[in-house]
Ligand binder design. Structure first.
Ligand SMILES: O=P(O)(O)OC[C@H]1O[C@H](O[C@H]2O[C@H](CO)[C@@H](O)[C@H](O)[C@H]2O)[C@H](O)[C@@H](O)[C@@H]1O
Length: 312
């Protein structure tokens, strides 16, 4: 599916997803948080997943044929305490990655954290007279929230933010946009798609990766999973690298429930079929895969960079 094609409504894509799962033994289900599991709200601290999404994620996370991962622009520690169950979390748009007991932080982002701190502190002062501006310091990145700022004042916030980032970040920090936010982060070619690529590279053979997200920062992840897997854009009919569309977090829950029942049944049937009489898998679905490249922007050099520093 090309970047310029609007994603198709899920009802029209269900058969394609069903047939993709029919050829698979494992599912990688990567989920964005805000706008996908949790409805967008004015106060970022108040964002919570819908009850149905919380339950559906718990079910998938407890299913052995599914690896469930949360991939968020929020700090890892923040998103982790908002949705429980999965063993895999990517925070700060993939700059930090928790898999089981191990946490990897992109080393360049780690080095630039002091600059993010200075920028966030300077922004508190620079924007203190603009009503309802909110600075979210996420350690590796920072977010300026303008959702509750009067529209006429938003260009001023943008101007002041650019000036502060230029002054304290030079060319090592950059500003990107999201839903009513300005995101400040290290200027490195790394995003959610790279994190999803790393997670997918650890999956057993015959894994179908699915990524569900609602914002521009999710586009790199859609490019990583498509066309081997399925990208699902939530909420609008913007052109997207995702092939499918769902309207809102409530529809995400319905789809995840379907995956947890019909989808998982199909995976389980394939796993049973490929096992030898002693119950072992003939296709080696529990063994480590060879290094496989995933469609998308990930390069081997990028993989090495985030993997080389690990701390708990
Ligand atoms: O990748 P995500 O998990 O979707 O995180 C993206 C950003 O989400 C949060 O901001 C967004 O949600 C807020 C609460 O609904 C809303 O007030 C804001 O306008 C949205 O942009 C979060 O606060 C950011 O740190 C994330 O980068």
């Amino acid at each position: 599916m090309s970047d310029a094609t609007p994603p198709q409504p899920m009802d029209e894509q269900r058969d394609r997803i069903r047939s993709r799962l029919a050829g698979a033994s494992h599912l990688l289900c990567c989920l964005d948080f805000d706008g996908t599991l949790a409805p967008i709200v004015d106060d970022p601290d108040a964002a919570v997943p819908t009850a149905a999404n919380e339950a559906a994620v718990a079910t998938l996370a407890a299913t052995s044929s599914v690896t469930t991962a949360i991939v968020s622009g929020r700090a890892l520690a923040d998103v982790r305490q908002r949705i429980d169950g999965p063993k895999t979390y990517a925070g700060n748009h993939g700059l930090e990655l928790e898999r089981g007991e191990s946490v990897a932080v992109h080393p360049v982002a780690r080095k630039r954290a002091a600059k993010i701190e200075r920028v966030c502190t300077a922004l508190e002062t620079a924007l203190e007279h603009v009503p309802n501006t909110r600075i979210e310091n996420k350690r590796l990145t920072g977010t300026v929230h303008v959702r509750s700022v009067p529209p006429a004042l938003r260009p001023i916030v943008e101007h002041l933010t650019t000036a502060v980032v230029d002054r304290f970040g030079g060319d090592v920090l950059e500003i990107s946009t999201g839903k009513r936010i300005l995101e400040i982060g290290p200027s490195i070619p790394w995003g959610k798609g790279n994190a999803v690529g790393l997670i997918d590279a650890d999956m057993p053979p015959r894994t179908v990766p699915i990524y569900i997200g609602d914002d521009v920062t999710d586009e790199s992840a859609f490019r990583t999973v498509e066309p081997k897997g399925i990208g699902i854009r939530v909420g609008d009919d913007e052109p997207s690298a995702a092939s499918c569309r769902l309207d809102a977090p409530d529809d995400v829950a319905t789809f995840l429930e379907w995956l947890g029942s019909v989808g998982v049944d199909s995976l389980e049937r394939n796993r049973t079929r490929t096992r030898s009489p002693d119950g072992r898998s003939r296709t080696g679905i529990y063994s480590r895969p060879d290094t496989r490249s995933t469609a998308g922007t990930r390069s081997n050099a990028d993989t090495t960079r985030i993997d080389e520093i690990r701390s708990s």
